[in-house]
Design a protein around this ligand. Structure first.
Ligand code: SAM
Length: 237
């Protein structure tokens, strides 16, 4: 189902190495960690398991490991995981890394205190996205928290998709308009309205703790790219 994505990312990591993705953590992820986990004392953090799905070359997960949490990262791309191993070495920290598909994770039920998705599950089409959220629910402990930084349908890349085709209501086939941010991402790219994302999570009995929008402009404010920043707890708050 995700061969095109895997091929594209394998090539991107092979060609660009650490320049393919971020080296420092996403700011919204830092806020999420601060809200939920930084108040936990340093000697208790090793008992908190946190998974990043689609961890890429490790730009986020090294920070989670460095802060003393029991960090896990998975990615579809073996090249990404090789780079992430090097990134963790650079920072002198350890993490459990593996090549896995986020839709069919090889982890026990109720295993993680938190699962984070930083601009990764958008690579799944609508059907894959539904599988993914069920998997997130399965691997999270009751009361565990899910965090996602995800493209919103308010983005010009979605409303003005150029020659790209719709794969389903939420997903375009590629980013083909040359002045779009992420132009050349030649794989499925999915977008959601914040309300749609909230509804998908509440229908799986998650409780929404935070649901925000973040807008970034490009090309001297001619192009908008909007993100859903969402945090949800498995079960009641
Ligand atoms: C835009 S990158 C983001 C990487 C990282 N989260 C970051 O913020 O630097 C998206 C990542 O998701 C991974 N990915 C896409 N589909 C996946 C899937 N089905 N299972 C696991 N990883 C996937 C890609 O290989 C890629 O490394």
């Amino acid at each position: 189902m995700q061969q095109r994505t895997e091929k594209w990312y394998q090539q991107s990591y092979k060609t660009n190495g650490f320049h393919a993705q971020r080296k420092y953590p996403n700011e919204e992820l830092c806020r999420f960690m601060g809200r939920n986990f930084f108040k936990i004392s340093v000697n208790q953090r090793k008992d908190i398991r946190i998974l990043e799905t689609g961890c890429g070359s490790g730009g986020n997960i090294w920070m989670i490991a460095k802060e003393g949490f029991d960090a896990y990262g998975i990615d579809l791309s073996a090249e990404a995981i090789t780079l992430a191993e090097q990134m963790l070495k650079l920072y002198g920290v350890q993490c459990n890394l593996s090549v896995q598909n986020m839709c069919t994770m090889n982890f026990p039920d109720n295993y993680f205190d938190s699962v984070v998705d930083i601009f990764s599950s958008y690579c799944l089409n609508k059907e894959g996205g539904a599988f993914y959220l069920k998997e997130v629910k399965r691997v999270l402990k009751p009361g565990g928290v899910f965090f996602s930084y995800f493209p919103s349908k308010a983005s010009d890349t979605f409303t003005n998709k150029g020659d790209a085709t719709f794969v389903d209501d939420d997903t375009i086939s590629s980013v083909l308009r040359a002045d779009s941010p992420y132009y050349g991402n030649n794989y499925n790219v999915r977008f959601l309205h914040p309300r749609e994302y909230e509804q998908q999570l509440t229908s799986l009995d998650f409780s929404i703790a935070h649901s925000e929008s973040l807008n970034k402009t490009y090309n001297n404010r001619n192009e908008n790219f909007n993100f859903v920043v969402i945090e949800a707890k498995k079960g009641a708050i």
